[in-house]
Design a protein. Sequence first.
Length: 74
Amino acid sequence: MGAKQLATKIDERIKDALDAFCEERGLKINRFLEDAILDKIEEYEDLSDLRKLRRESFRSLDDVLKGLKKSGKI
């Protein structure tokens, strides 16, 4: 897998806290940041999925059970 460089500016207090956090735990900053970015992307995807689900129609549990009984599955 290839790698690309990412350059950004962040508040120096955040950078200092990141350095200390990773140093104390023996973590590599690059790996920590990659994991954090992936986690955040996943959160946004989950939120998007949740919004889509809320717009979908749904069947009540009673309707589902009736359908299963009618089909002989329960």
